[in-house]
Design a protein around this ligand. Structure first.
Ligand code: NBP
Length: 471
């Protein structure tokens, strides 16, 4: 055996990851179900001067035997059934201590199940979230690892070497047992949905509330990228807004159909948050916004029924808009990290929150200056909800006022801010010492005898309610 590691699945992600591994000096055995893709890959590796580091194997058993023991074998095939099929094909040929490193976009419960299944067979299963798309896979993704610690240690040098670096620190970490890596990757994607939706909403305020054209909006995003919002997503927003469609000479963004696609990871985050009873309204709002966007025909009909929104000029400044986006972002990350925190408790993962913020600082889609600030704040320890971390309390004390102005302008101006308004409502609920659930509890006792606690007495009580039956 001559290869340091093996990889199966030479589509976009697998090929790029394999080239990244080869470029970092490791010998990699590669395999793909359709053998012709292996030849294509070797040709690509040759073009990049990396073919000496590649051991191509069209035969699965020879491929496995080409990898040094204890083996680390990456699977980068389509998520779902293909992963299970691949595991079954590998299993008879693996030996105790070997590990399968599954790097696709798998649901964390699938990774948990696979981890337990393979544990019973003395084979390690690492469920690994890889973020950064094609470019990230080739030049340095953010890597979130879950599974048995021993097999992580075997693969650690390679995974750290190929990951993105932030100030020289690898954006790759071991996060916990079982499905921890894919859970964290899922939350990353949920947060990404929130970031993207809130950016789209601020563009909506510029377009519909302030009458700005895409070029003017692009300039604002470029300015914002120099400040606290500095991030990959703000940066690319500037480029998308300034792009011109060559056929027509018009701004490209105005010609793109306003229906957002989604592959499901935002929905998974919203479901997981609900299952764990952690409010993640900004992320849920972002998922809902994509779903509403896809119902274009219904929206066109509803606009005809209710009339075009009154395009009155919003009385807000761009500074308020910047601060509102920052406030919305803080709430959305607070929610995402609260879900992480609860999952950690529930599944016994002991997720390192500061480390998670750290490994998202480079390589992944949500990379930002903000995450550097956040990891530093979490590293100090103490509060689990970001809204209670002292540095962020200071920012929010002013920023929530701007968020309020923007959400109010949207309500009056009739342009939707589903995610920003959800963030504001969460913030206001979170910091309200006396809520309104006292009434809810009264109602629940009325119709279901669910009981309530009185603030001045011990123990559960019931009300003496009038009967409404038959009325
Ligand atoms: P795809 O998700 O398009 O999968 C194609 C690969 O799966 C090919 O190698 C194909 O082999 C193999 N495959 C299939 Br389909 N069914 C198989 C089976 N039953 N047995 C063995 N192999 C099978 O590839 P991708 O876009 O590179 O993504 C790989 C993973 O990475 C996915 O989970 C994806 O969600 C995730 N991901 C993608 C991105 C991205 O930007 N694309 C980013 C982050 C994560 P064949 O050549 O024989 O058909």
């Amino acid at each position: 055996a001559s290869a340091d590691i093996g990889l199966i699945g030479l589509a976009v992600m697998g090929s790029n990851l394999a080239l990244n591994i080869a470029e970092n000096g490791y010998t990699i055995a590669v395999h793909n179900r359709t053998a012709s893709k292996i030849d294509d890959f070797v040709a690509m590796a040759k073009q990049q001067g990396l073919d000496q580091k590649v051991v191509p194997e069209a035969d699965l058993v020879q491929f496995i035997q080409a990898v040094k023991r204890p083996r680390s074998i990456i699977i980068m095939v389509k998520a779902g059934k293909p992963v299970d099929e691949m595991i079954e094909q590998l299993l008879p040929h693996l030996e105790a201590g070997d590990a399968i490193l599954e790097c696709g976009n798998s649901l964390y419960t699938d990774s948990q199940r696979r981890y337990e299944y393979l544990k019973s067979k003395n084979i390690g299963f690492l469920g690994i979230g890889v973020s950064g798309g094609e470019e990230g896979a080739r030049h340095g993704p953010s890597i979130m690892v879950g599974g048995p610690e021993q097999q992580w240690k075997n693969a650690q040098p390679i995974l750290e070497a190929i990951s993105a670096k932030f100030n020289g620190e690898p954006c790759c970490a071991y996060l916990g047992e079982g499905g921890a890596g894919h859970f964290v990757k899922m939350i990353h994607n949920g947060i990404e949905y929130g970031d993207m939706q809130m950016i789209a909403e601020t563009y909506g305020v510029m377009r519909d509330g302030l009458g700005m054209n895409p070029a003017a909006a692009a300039k604002v995003f470029k300015d914002w990228n120099q400040g606290p919002l500095n991030s990959y997503l703000i940066e690319i927003t500037g480029y998308v807004l300034e792009a011109i469609e060559p056929r027509t000479g018009k701004p490209l963004v105005e010609l793109i159909l306003d229906k957002a696609g989604q592959k499901g990871t935002g929905t998974w985050t919203a479901i997981a948050a609900q299952q764990l009873a952690v409010p993640a309204t900004a992320i849920e709002g972002a998922v809902a916004a994509r779903s509403i966007s896809s119902r274009k025909e219904e929206r066109v009909a509803a606009e005809a029924a209710y009339g075009k929104p009154s395009a009155g000029k919003a009385d807000v400044s761009l500074d308020d808009l910047e601060q509102a986006l920052l406030a919305g972002k803080i709430v959305s990350y607070a929610q995402g990290f609260a879900v992480l925190s609860k999952a950690s408790e529930e599944f016994g993962w002991n997720l390192p929150l500061a480390t998670i913020a750290k490994i998202w600082r480079a390589g992944c889609i949500i990379r930002s200056r903000f995450l550097d600030q956040m990891s530093a704040a979490y590293a100090k320890g103490g509060a689990t909800n970001l809204l209670m971390v002292p540095d962020f309390v200071t920012i929010m004390q002013d920023a929530h006022k701007s968020l309020r102005k923007i959400v109010a302008a949207g309500a009056i101006g009739e342009f939707p801010l589903i995610c920003l308004s959800a963030s504001l409502a969460y913030f206001d609920s979170y910091r309200q010492a006396q809520g309104t659930a006292n009434l809810t509890q009264g109602q629940r006792d009325f119709f279901g005898a669910h009981g309530f606690i009185l603030t001045d007495r011990e123990g559960e009580q019931h009300g003496k309610w009038p009967s409404t039956l038959g009325k």
